[in-house]
Design a protein around this ligand. Structure first.
Ligand SMILES: *[C@@H]1O[C@H](CO)[C@@H](O)[C@H](O)[C@H]1NC(C)=O
Ligand SMILES: *[C@@H]1O[C@H](CO)[C@@H](O)[C@H](O)[C@H]1NC(C)=O
Ligand SMILES: *[C@@H]1O[C@H](CO)[C@@H](O)[C@H](O)[C@H]1NC(C)=O
Ligand SMILES: *[C@@H]1O[C@H](CO)[C@@H](O)[C@H](O)[C@H]1NC(C)=O
Ligand SMILES: *[C@@H]1O[C@H](CO)[C@@H](O)[C@H](O)[C@H]1NC(C)=O
Ligand SMILES: *[C@@H]1O[C@H](CO)[C@@H](O)[C@H](O)[C@H]1NC(C)=O
Length: 450
């Protein structure tokens, strides 16, 4: 999910308030902003926002009459303001986007714009990413976030790669489609690429390995096919890879083991096949490993027990066979372990219950057998969720078990959620929703420029 980055900006000098009409910008006013930029801003916002009184109410958006979501920076010599950030979204009190909202070419009249962030803005009339807008002309743009815009559709134009200043490209939760352009590797300054929750198809281009600055890659919830490109192994700065909920096939590339900074690897809900490459044991920083719902169809590799930093490990529905490796008892930082819906067998060692941080353990629907001997402290730990249902050979000694009949699933069942993973708060997100309270009467303010 996109965040709307906050760039530091020179905060506003307060000048004496004064009424001014737009078509009458004097020399003194030019101190505020160049006329071309000024008009470009009003025009760009005019094509987005519902409230036509905006320019009258905010003739000096950088100084006397600041506007939430717009930030300016001052250039010293000569002293003049430039718009550096435009943000529209339900999180701040702006007028809503109008139903005919569109992306105006006038944005190119803002040569100092570093951040463009538009959330829940394009909801009814179709809007696309025009190559005339999203190309080299956007010379200062560092942060482009267009998110939760259901009527933003069409392809990503290859020209987007010409915005070489881009550091964040977030196009999450729109209706974009087509293939991810291979030209995207031209964005060598890009640190964050989030194309999640769209309708992208085709394969992930190998060229992605050229984006050397990338730290976050989120392509989840699309219809991407083909293999996970091994070129990802070249992106030494990568911290998070989320390719979940696609149609990816083939093996997990062993090159991923080179990613020394990787904290999160989510390849869940694909059709990847096993085995899990042993090179992954080199991922020393890894905290989240989510592979559930793939066709791994092997035993659980012992080396996973070497990933000492693991917090969350999910191997549900992977067709796994054989026992839980004893190496798992080293995973002292593990808080959630999901092994449900596999064909795992053998006994459930009491050692599993001694992992100090483990509070979610799902072993349901396997072929575990013998007596379940998890320590009493573990069973009774507050907030813990243990699920051992659907293991026919497993017998339960403790009274506490038999009281709960066949199920130890406690207390809430989150299986109805779309993505029942146990991320930390900052990793999950709720999508911004269009808030009805921002709806204003429809008026037209462009006439002011006539
Ligand atoms: C990737 O995007 C999806 C959908 O926008 C979001 O739910 C998920 O948390 C993101 N993944 C990471 C690792 O941030
Ligand atoms: C523009 O400013 C001039 C002098 O300051 C004034 O005479 C004129 O009426 C103004 N025009 C408008 C349209 O406000
Ligand atoms: C386990 O978690 C603790 C506390 O968050 C952290 O200091 C430690 O480095 C982690 N251990 C490993 C092996 O990553
Ligand atoms: C897990 O396996 C059980 C038994 O085979 C099946 O009823 C259930 O639908 C599976 N759950 C999921 C989420 O696949
Ligand atoms: C576990 O299953 C494998 C076959 O997948 C079998 O060879 C092995 O004997 C079983 N072990 C136990 C303890 O049942
Ligand atoms: C364990 O996994 C099963 C099957 O995937 C799921 O239905 C159940 O809700 C999970 N239990 C808990 C406690 O999360």
């Amino acid at each position: 999910m996109c965040s709307s980055g906050s760039l530091s900006s020179v905060r506003l000098l307060v000048l004496a308030a004064r009424v001014m009409s737009l078509e009458n910008i004097t020399d003194e006013d030019a101190m505020e902003m160049e006329q071309k930029e000024h008009l470009g801003l009003f025009d760009a916002l005019g094509s987005l926002l519902e409230d036509p009184t905006w320019p009258q109410m905010h003739p000096k958006p950088c100084t006397d009459t600041p506007w939430p979501g717009i930030e300016c920076e001052i250039e010293r010599d000569p002293p003049i303001f430039h718009v550096t950030r435009i943000h529209i979204g339900p999180d701040i009190l702006t007028p809503p986007c109008k139903t005919s909202a569109k992306l105006s070419q006038s944005l190119l009249k803002l040569p100092y714009l570093k951040t463009l962030s538009l959330f829940s803005c394009f909801t009814s009339s179709p809007v696309s990413l025009s190559p005339f807008l999203f190309g080299s002309a956007f010379s200062s743009l560092e942060h482009l976030s267009l998110g939760s815009n259901p009527s933003l559709s069409g392809d990503i134009p290859p020209s987007i790669a010409e915005i070489v200043s881009l550091r964040v490209l977030c196009l999450s939760q729109n209706s974009l489609q087509g293939e991810i352009p291979k030209e995207i590797n031209g964005l060598f300054n890009l640190e964050e690429l989030d194309l999640s929750y769209n309708f992208f198809s085709g394969s992930i281009p190998q060229e992605i390995g050229g984006m050397k600055s990338l730290t976050i890659l989120n392509l989840s919830w699309n219809s991407l096919k083909g293999e996970v490109p091994c070129s990802l192994g070249q992106l030494q700065l990568l911290q998070k890879i989320d390719l979940s909920s696609n149609k990816l096939q083939g093996r997990i590339p062993s090159d991923l083991g080179h990613l020394k900074s990787l904290v999160l690897l989510d390849l869940s809900h694909n059709t990847l096949s096993g085995p899990i490459p042993e090179t992954l044991s080199g991922l020393e920083q890894l905290q989240y490993l989510m592979l559930e719902d793939n066709s791994i169809n092997t035993g659980i590799p012992i080396f996973i027990g070497a990933l000492m930093g693991l917090n969350v490990l999910s191997l549900s529905r992977c067709g796994l066979v054989g026992p839980i490796p004893t190496s798992f008892f080293n995973l002292k930082n593990l808080t959630a372990l999901s092994l449900d819906n596999n064909s795992l067998n053998g006994t459930v060692s009491p050692n599993l219950g001694t992992l100090p941080n483990l509070d979610q353990l799902n072993l349901s629907h396997n072929q575990f057998s013998g007596e379940l001997q998890l320590p009493e402290e573990f069973i009774e730990k507050p907030g813990k969720r243990l699920d051992v249902r659907g293991n026919n050979g497993l017998c339960k000694k403790h009274q506490i078990y038999s009281n709960k009949k066949s199920s130890f699933s406690l207390p809430a069942d989150d299986s109805k959620k779309m993505k029942p993973v146990w991320y930390e708060g900052d990793m999950s997100s709720s999508s911004p929703k269009f808030d009805q309270k921002f709806v204003f009467p429809c008026l037209f303010f462009l006439v002011l420029f006539a």
